[in-house]
Design a binder for this molecule. Structure first.
Ligand code: SF4
Length: 357
């Protein structure tokens, strides 16, 4: 079921919130309620790079800008981006302006019509990247914003392009398993009934590299829908909780912006003898929180210098005493086979081969 985004709908959840709740309800809840800081310099660089690419798509769609014009426009916009992040924005875009200019203007060596651009982030009206899907009346409307949706020769196939400006590498397997593209496929199939296949490709802008195309097919729509509905169930079950559960997992915790507020970090230290699995879960979230605190302390030190705690007589900085060298601890070791062409230094009474003839 689809509903226009212009209708008044109060119960709406976006892709990123849904995905975060599904990974760990506490993390999703803390971010949604603004209890943790999610802004970072990396987010700002990514946002700026995405804005530059969106402006270029708009220039192609509205004015029919040529490949050369688009490329020049993107390079100029990157040079003129915010002075504090300009070098990183240029690095984050890498060689993607040339690739995107080619993508927007040509297909299989032929000139591409500008109206092949069906939707894009920053587009207006029915060209907007934002898509919506209403699974049931008692469930929130689900939204997601695609970077670029292009038509192909056939109404039955659409090309979905997504820009990633970070340092993560996206293989075909990563794309195929991604919740993001599973959800985008559900949104696209709901909005374009004639579409049978969505070809998803990721442009890793920093590496000027495109992932292989991964096909999301309508024949598997029930699998994609079930996955999104299961995430929606988690969201609906926990969004109004006073304290939603936290689900530690090494990969999730190490990038979690809510790790220092996590119940596993703030609760009592678990006794491994009582519950080894729970102890391990707490260890994972504690390590994530420690890493984040250490990096926050380094950031503070870079700006303000050494951090001192008079009460505890401890400091954080680079002036600490050099670590003591440990005395060698005797232990078993393997004896290396002697090379007959090399003399052995028998004076030392051991089996180390000597390089000097
Ligand atoms: S640290 Fe891990 S368990 Fe805790 S909120 Fe974050 S993702 Fe969830």
């Amino acid at each position: 079921m689809t509903r226009a985004l212009t209708d008044v709908v109060e119960d709406v959840v976006d892709r990123s919130t849904l995905e975060t709740y599904a990974a760990c309800p506490y993390q999703g809840w803390a971010i949604e309620r603004g209890r943790v800081e999610t802004a970072s310099i990396h987010t700002e660089i990514g946002t700026e790079a995405h804005r530059i690419l969106s402006d270029a798509i708009a220039a192609r769609f509205d004015d029919g800008a040529s490949a050369d014009e688009l490329q020049a426009m993107m390079h100029a916009a990157a040079r003129q981006s915010r002075p504090d992040i300009q070098p990183e924005v240029i690095r984050a875009l890498g060689g993607s302006p040339r690739m995107i200019a080619g993508l927007l203007t040509h297909r299989h060596g032929q000139e591409r019509h500008q109206h092949d651009i069906m939707r894009f982030d920053g587009g207006d009206g029915d060209r907007a990247g934002q898509l919506a899907w209403e699974p049931r009346l008692d469930r929130p409307l689900v939204t997601g914003a695609v970077d670029l949706l292009l038509s192909t020769e056939s109404q039955a196939e659409l090309d979905l392009l997504d820009w990633k400006t970070g340092r993560t590498w996206f293989s075909a397997g990563v794309v195929a398993n991604s919740f993001q593209f599973c959800l985008y496929s559900v949104l696209i199939f709901a909005s374009y009934p004639a579409c049978e296949v969505v070809n998803v490709r990721i442009l890793m802008t920093r590496f000027s590299s495109m992932s292989p195309a991964v096909r999301f097919t309508r024949s598997r729509l029930s699998d994609y829908t079930a996955r999104v509905l299961s995430a929606l169930d988690i969201y609906v079950a926990h969004r109004d909780s006073a304290l939603p559960p936290a689900w530690p997992h090494e990969e999730k915790c190490k990038i979690c912006p809510a790790c220092t507020a996590c119940p596993w970090v703030r609760g009592e230290v678990r006794d491994f003898a009582d519950d080894p699995a729970a102890g391990l879960q707490q260890l994972v979230s504690l390590e994530a929180a420690t890493k984040k605190l250490r990096s926050t302390a380094r950031g503070w030190w870079r700006t303000h210098g050494e951090i001192r705690s008079a009460d505890l007589d401890i400091r954080f900085g680079v002036q600490g005493p050099a670590p003591k060298r440990r005395a060698p601890v005797p232990s078993l070791y393997h004896v290396q086979a002697e090379d007959p062409d090399t003399d052995t230094d028998t004076d030392q009474g051991n089996h180390t081969t000597c390089d000097t003839p």
